[in-house]
Every structure is written in C-alpha cells, then in structure tokens.
Design a protein around this ligand. Structure first.
Ligand SMILES: Cc1cc2nc3c(=O)[nH]c(=O)nc-3n(C[C@H](O)[C@H](O)[C@H](O)COP(=O)(O)OP(=O)(O)OC[C@H]3O[C@@H](n4cnc5c(N)ncnc54)[C@H](O)[C@@H]3O)c2cc1C
Length: 316
C-alpha cells in the first residue's frame, strides 16, 4: 500500500493547482490520473487574465503557447459586431501538461475505481491510502460519485453539452468569433485560433433546454459547419467533432465531506452564462489546498458565477 497525506484524483487544472499549492507548503501528495500527460481534453481553451493572475504567470513570459485577443467578433441572433476585450487562449494539451509538471507533485497513471474507508484513511483500489482525498476528476470524478453524489446529485438544468474539434488549419483567421443563440441554440458556438496554426471550433448548449425544444446539438453542429464555410473560416475539411458534458455552477453544494474535498468540474463550477470552467477549476483547486492546510470547508464565493461582467470590465 502506498501511503500519502493527500491523494488527488485527476491531473487537470483543478488537481494540478491543488497539488502545486500543497507542494509549496511541503505537504506530501500524489496525483493520480487515468491517462498519461500530455493528454487530450475537449475544451476551447479560452482563459481570462484572472487565470494568469492566479497562476502568477506574466503573459509575455508564458511558458506555454498563449494567444491574446483584444476583441471578440460577436454574432447575437444574427447581429454581428466587434467587442473589445482583453482575453487569452491556450491549447489544453500543452497547458495542462505544463500545469501538472509545474506542481512538482508525484504523479501516477491509475484509473480510480473503488474508494473505501479504513479508520481515518481513504483507501483507493486497495493500492493507495491517504488522510485527505481531493476529487478533481472532472464530470465523472469517482470521488464525487462515491462520496458526494448520493446526497447531492447534479440537476438536469445545470447540465451543459458540447461538441468540439481542435485542428491544424493553414491560413486560419486570427480573430476569435462567437455566435450566440444562432438558429435558436440555447448556448453559443465558437471559433478560437491558437498558436501554431491550430483552431478550436465548437458548440455548447444547455442540455435540458435543447431537450424541451426537441432539438439536438448534432443539428446545430451541421448549421454551424455551414456558417464556418460561408464566412470562410473553415471549409473543405471532413470534421469529426467529439462530445462532452459538464455542470454549471449552483449554490450551496458541499465542497467537503469528512476529509474528502471536491474541486473543478467534479464540483460543478462552470460559469452560468459562458460555461467557463478553467479559471474556476484552478481557483477551487487552490482553495481546496488552503482548506486542507488550515482545516475546514472552503467557500466558493470568491469564484465568479458569471463570465460576462469580467469580460466587460477587462476592456483593453
Ligand atoms: C467542449 C468544451 C469546451 C470548453 N471550453 C472552455 C473554455 O474555452 N474555457 C473555459 O474556461 N472552460 C471551458 N470548458 C470547461 C473546462 O474544460 C472544464 O471546466 C475544465 O477542464 C475543468 O477542469 P478540471 O480539472 O476540473 O477537470 P478536467 O480538466 O476534466 O480534468 C479531470 C482529469 O481527471 C481525470 N480522471 C477522470 N476520471 C478519473 C479516474 N477515475 N481516475 C483517475 N483520473 C480520472 C481525467 O483523465 C482528467 O485528466 C469547456 C468544456 C468543454 C467540454
């Protein structure tokens, strides 16, 4: 049995941020992830300046590819305009690997399945034992499912579903485009250029609202493909998007039960207007680590519930 003070399930932004803070305070911790890093994570990779602040990264010296946007090209119900902003984008495959590496924590590839209690320890698959357990395993995190879901199941109205693809595309437009509520979509679609000639295209929506309208994300993807071709953004490519779901932020969800804590998508923290989850994952990972260090729960009040006010406030 491998013993550690803190075991973190999931090496994404939530788990890596938590591990980094614990290691800064010399706490013994191990991060487990079901796949080796770098790994694919479906995500547009848009981040706000606060994410860089939380990570204490100076944009000009970022050790990962960082695209800077001074404006978004918006379309709201078909009306197009340019909105000045001060925002960034990363490639998750690269950014997450850097975050995890930077944490300095021990890492092992292990798919967590069974969590049991032995005295004051959590035992993971009969192989790892720890005093504190952090669930940072995203939407299907086994810590959430085993210890939190029974008393606090997620609600259907908080579920966001998305289809996405990141591809190398020569001659890509270097502007970031967002389309809100096109063709009655209860959500938005995006075109986010990245460094190295990559572009991320995708579409996300409130699952319950789509269902109420007897509509599908697949139908909207086909319409979105037409828009991309019509606007000359992506054409002549056989697109094969992949899907994922995650949970929007809601109030009064426990962050800690016993010595088990949740962070990031495992807790369900994405902003209610834009589904922004990277910043909330990092902030909650840091807060979870601080809660372990001082004892007690952690509050999520300092994590913004909406992205739009930050976007408007941070004009260049
Ligand atoms: C299509 C799409 C686009 C998005 N675009 C944006 C965006 O532009 N900006 C933004 O801020 N947010 C975006 N998000 C949300 C954002 O990706 C997530 O909120 C963020 O990744 C959450 O980080 P996390 O660390 O909580 O979880 P994750 O990044 O999902 O990491 C969880 C980790 O846990 C591991 N894991 C899972 N189960 C186990 C297990 N049983 N055992 C061991 N390891 C396990 C996984 O392999 C994974 O590495 C998007 C989401 C989607 C689906």
């Amino acid at each position: 049995m491998i013993e550690t003070e803190v075991l973190i399930v999931g090496g994404g932004p939530a788990g890596a941020a938590c591990a980094a803070h614990l290691r800064q305070h010399a706490v013994d911790c191990i991060v487990l992830d079901q796949v080796p890093f770098p790994r694919l994570k479906l995500c547009a990779g848009w981040i706000t300046p606060s994410v860089l602040d939380d990570l204490q990264v100076y944009p000009a010296a970022a050790p990962f590819g960082l695209t800077e946007f001074t404006a978004f090209q918006l379309s709201i119900k078909g009306i197009r305009f340019r909105m000045p902003v001060h925002q960034y984008a990363v490639r998750r495959v690269e950014f997450d690997a850097w975050l995890l590496e930077r944490s300095g924590a021990a890492f092992a590839v292990h798919r967590v399945q069974e969590i049991t209690r032995q005295g004051d320890r959590y035992v993971i698959d009969g192989q790892y034992a720890c005093r504190y357990l952090v669930g940072a395993g995203g939407t299907y995190c086994p810590v959430y499912r085993t210890l939190f879901e029974p008393g606090n199941p997620r609600r259907e109205q908080d579920k966001i579903i998305a289809l996405e693809q990141e591809l190398a595309y020569s001659g890509a437009d270097d502007r970031c485009h967002l389309w809100f509520f096109e063709h009655g979509l209860p959500g938005y679609s995006w075109y986010v250029p990245k460094v190295g000639g990559y572009v991320n295209i995708g579409i996300g929506a409130m699952a319950e609202k789509l269902k109420e309208r007897v509509d599908t994300l697949k139908r909207h993807w086909l319409l979105f493909q037409d828009t991309l071709a019509r606007q000359g953004l992506v054409r002549g490519v056989d697109l094969q998007p992949r899907g994922w779901q995650y949970a929007l932020r809601r109030r009064n969800v426990p962050t800690r039960i016993g010595n088990a804590l949740l962070a990031g998508d495992a807790l369900g923290l994405a902003t209610r207007d834009m589904g922004e989850g990277i910043g909330p994952a990092i902030r909650s990972g840091l807060l979870a680590a601080a809660a372990i260090l001082r004892g007690g729960e952690y509050a999520t009040e300092s994590i913004p519930r909406f992205s739009l006010p930050t976007l408007l406030r941070r004009r260049a």
